[in-house]
Design a protein around this ligand. Structure first.
Ligand SMILES: [Zn+2]
Length: 328
């Protein structure tokens, strides 16, 4: 589950920007984690404290952001897709530099560009073509980066883009949920604690009708560092779960949505204390002024108080123990 570095086929030199790890934490130096971020700000909001602790332990941190195109920037005067996309990319790059994270940005159009609004994007069933593209991005990233651990969003709250990423994880066969044979690759198999995502309680309205109102899916191509086919549902390698070389899959709680509660996720809960790194998390959140950090931060603070940190869900006890030792 956590192969030592000499078994990793493409083991590479440590990035020069990485901080030297204390001698007691040298095991962490070899750990490579891939964090899945539906939008540019999700890792800073949901896992900013965990990232700070992992970075301090010398972990190799990679982030794959799926929905790099947007016109949603309530805290910025930007208008239109091109300017908003640019602003949000710059924010994410600023955060990544500060956090010591290496970015890999997908170029999928987010919900704001697919016909959703603040109401309909919550609880909608993600479009199959979008899931397919996200799955292709993810498969390629996992094959090229070869992480030891993948941290994926639970899609708590049911934001359609987060749900698409969760479905992509299932579709390519990462994690225990997909050990159910060919039928696992159906949209109905989007579990959130065993419940299809469209049944997840949400704070605002919306529903499956948004799918029909989404006009552009399937014809919007991707450009940029992650390339996938620009039409149809790309072929996806559904090789499987638990095979040697596949990463351990952890789920993380999507913030600020998780602060409203939700169904019990799969796996074992693991709470990561972020008190000592809270200032680093807050600085990270403030790297995204277009997303109104002053509104978000009190919600993040409240959730951290409620669960005593940032909470992830491990695939098993051994994996949970390994991640806990890694963060020290
Ligand atoms: Zn998001």
């Amino acid at each position: 589950m956590f192969p030592p570095p000499d078994r990793r086929p493409d083991a590479r030199p440590e990035p020069t920007r990485r901080r030297a790890a204390p001698a007691s934490q040298t095991a962490a130096v070899t750990m490579r984690l891939l964090l899945l971020s539906p939008h540019p700000d999700d890792i800073a909001w949901s896992l900013g404290g965990t990232v700070a602790r992992l970075g301090a332990a010398g972990a190799d941190l990679r982030v794959l952001t799926f929905f790099g195109r947007s016109r949603y920037a309530p805290g910025h005067p930007a208008h239109g897709e091109a300017e908003t996309t640019r602003v949000r990319a710059l924010e994410e790059e600023t955060w990544a530099r500060a956090a010591g994270v290496r970015l890999r940005r997908g170029d999928l159009p987010d919900a704001s560009l697919r016909g959703y609004d603040d109401d309909t994007e919550m609880g909608a069933i993600p479009e199959d073509a979008v899931i397919g593209r996200a799955a292709a991005m993810l498969r390629r990233a996992v094959d090229e980066i070869r992480p030891d651990v993948v941290l994926a969003p639970l899609a708590v709250g049911g934001h359609v883009d987060h749900a698409a990423v969760r479905a992509a994880v299932t579709r390519i066969g990462l994690g225990d949920q997909a050990r159910r044979g060919p039928t696992a690759h159906r949209r109905a198999d989007l579990p959130a604690g065993g419940e299809p995502l469209h049944r997840v309680p949400v704070a605002v309205g919306g529903g499956g009708a948004a799918l029909a109102a989404s006009p552009s899916v399937g014809v919007v191509g991707e450009t940029g560092p992650v390339r996938v086919r620009d039409t149809g549902d790309p072929p996806v390698d559904t090789r499987g779960l638990g095979q040697a070389g596949e990463p351990a899959l952890f789920w993380y709680e999507d913030l600020p949505y998780a602060a409203r509660g939700g169904p019990r996720p799969p796996g074992l809960p693991l709470v990561i204390d972020v008190e000592e790194v809270w200032s680093a998390k807050e600085r990270g959140v403030r790297c995204f002024p277009s997303q109104e950090p002053d509104t978000v931060l009190p919600v993040l603070r409240g959730h951290a108080d409620a669960v005593s940190g940032e909470r992830v869900w491990a695939p098993g006890q051994a994996a949970a123990d390994r991640l806990r030792r890694l963060v020290g």
